[in-house]
Ligand binder design. Structure first.
Ligand SMILES: Nc1ncnc2c1ncn2[C@@H]1O[C@H](COP(=O)(O)OP(=O)(O)OP(=O)(O)O)[C@@H](O)[C@H]1O
Ligand SMILES: O=P(O)(O)OC[C@H]1O[C@H](OP(=O)(O)OP(=O)(O)O)[C@H](O)[C@@H]1O
Ligand SMILES: [Mg+2]
Length: 386
């Protein structure tokens, strides 16, 4: 593990890392050769000329397969010829290119205008987006990749009785000469959080992984890293503290505001992706339940169903007459009922259905629940000022 001390711009007690368009030009004295490193928010003419909409998805790591699974469940399967090919298609969405990238590069490329849409963890958007106003959250809760960014300290030694950020800040050990040493990969959010919480004497070091080893190795006093189950902290004798959570994270759909406004077709594609995601995520927790019920009228059957607490469905039950021919006449003494039931309440609902005379109960998973309007779509248009 290589830990390098970060030397960011210092302003007061804050540490900040500049994230503007940086152009680094190296000129050899003999020839006029230029090496330019460009990373920034401008949408230049070249970027605008492209007509395809670009969607960035995680190329590796724990978000990669969950992201592909979610899109597949939304009937937006990604067609990738082989795993090492970084460009792919979603046949359902014409004029869209999928680009597989590291999560942090997805955020950087949204900012630079090289991608238009992306799926990453909210922690990554916050860390690498650095509050850039061009980044716009289209869907903030894709329901996977749940974790939180949290400060953790050893359970032992001078930290044994420290259980909150306030107590940590008040420890007499931290001085200008001997600041609290924090190891983190979050070199933007870390200093910002410490400053906002009034911790003056702090210094940061960074590494690409296994940060939980840093305190035991004597490299750091505390770490600031992602926590999900808490196992890694526990196994390394570390603990979280009250007030030490920087942010809660899960997978999100993020877009470039400029692309949505300026690039032809970007808003329409975003609308379709968003509608499918919302409709799918609403449906994931529900089953459709159909059953037969004997009754004198649809109203009478509906009353029996609505007398049970778990059978009201999303908007009340659908009750339809089942017609049969008896003695040459068409009559209806049976009704088919359809309701949506939360997965967790399925068994209780089936019991309640039986109790009011339901039979032949069929249960099927739901793919989508489309509402009249997608709430997040209206919110997106508001954010875009449209
Ligand atoms: N323990 C975890 N449980 C759940 N989600 C996590 C966990 N750790 C990370 N994540 C989420 O998954 C995202 C990707 O994490 P992952 O470790 O796969 O890649 P990375 O560390 O960002 O990439 P790299 O290895 O290139 O630095 C994180 O940004 C976060 O949103
Ligand atoms: O609370 P837990 O469920 O134990 O998960 C937390 C760990 O998961 C992530 O590491 P990852 O597995 O991505 O390895 P890395 O250090 O190589 O990024 C994170 O950096 C923590 O180390
Ligand atoms: Mg990781």
């Amino acid at each position: 593990m290589s830990m390098s001390m970060l030397q960011p711009c210092l302003s007061g007690s804050t540490l900040s890392f500049p994230f503007k368009r940086t152009v680094l030009v190296c000129c050899a004295p003999s020839q006029q050769s230029h090496v330019a490193l460009v990373n920034g928010p401008l949408l230049d003419a070249g970027v605008l000329q492209r007509t395809e909409i670009r969607f960035g998805l995680p190329s590796k790591g724990r978000m990669a397969s969950d992201t592909l699974d979610l899109l597949k469940d939304c009937q937006l399967s990604v067609k990738q010829v082989n795993p090492r090919q970084y460009v792919a298609q979603i046949p359902q969405l014409a004029n869209l290119e999928v680009w597989f990238q590291r999560p942090k590069d997805i955020v950087r490329k949204l900012v630079s205008g090289d991608l238009d849409l992306g799926i990453v963890g909210f922690d990554t958007v916050s860390e690498y987006g650095q509050g850039n106003e061009d980044l716009i959250l289209v869907h903030d809760a894709l329901e996977y990749g749940d974790c939180h960014l949290s400060l953790a300290i050893p359970k032992y030694g001078i930290f044994e009785n420290i259980n909150s950020l306030k107590e940590l800040a008040k420890m007499p050990q931290w001085t200008a000469e001997k600041p609290l040493r924090v190891a983190t990969g979050f070199t933007y959010l870390g200093p910002k959080f410490m400053k906002e919480n009034g911790l003056k004497y702090v210094t940061f070091s960074t590494a690409d992984g296994a940060l939980e080893a840093a305190p035991a190795m004597g490299i750091a006093d505390a770490i600031l890293d992602l926590v999900s189950s808490g196992t890694t902290l526990r196994e390394n004798n570390l603990k979280e503290i009250e007030g030490g959570i920087v942010l809660e994270s899960q997978a999100v759909l993020v877009a470039s505001r400029k692309a949505l406004i300026q690039r032809k077709g970007a808003l329409d594609i975003t609308h379709e992706i968003l509608e499918r995601l919302e409709a799918h995520l609403r449906a994931v927790g529900q089953f459709t339940v159909t059953a037969n019920m004997r009754g004198s009228s649809a109203e009478e059957v509906a009353e029996r169903i609505l007398s049970q607490p778990s059978l009201s469905g999303l908007q009340g039950p659908t009750v339809s007459p089942v017609f049969r021919k008896r003695d040459g006449k068409v009559a209806s003494d049976y009704f088919a009922i359809v309701i949506c039931v939360p997965k967790k309440a399925l068994y209780k609902s089936v019991q309640q259905l039986r109790a009011v005379g339901g039979s032949g109960v069929l249960v099927s998973p739901l793919t989508y629940i489309f509402d009249e309007e997608t709430p997040r779509w209206r919110e997106l248009l508001r954010k875009l000022g449209l």
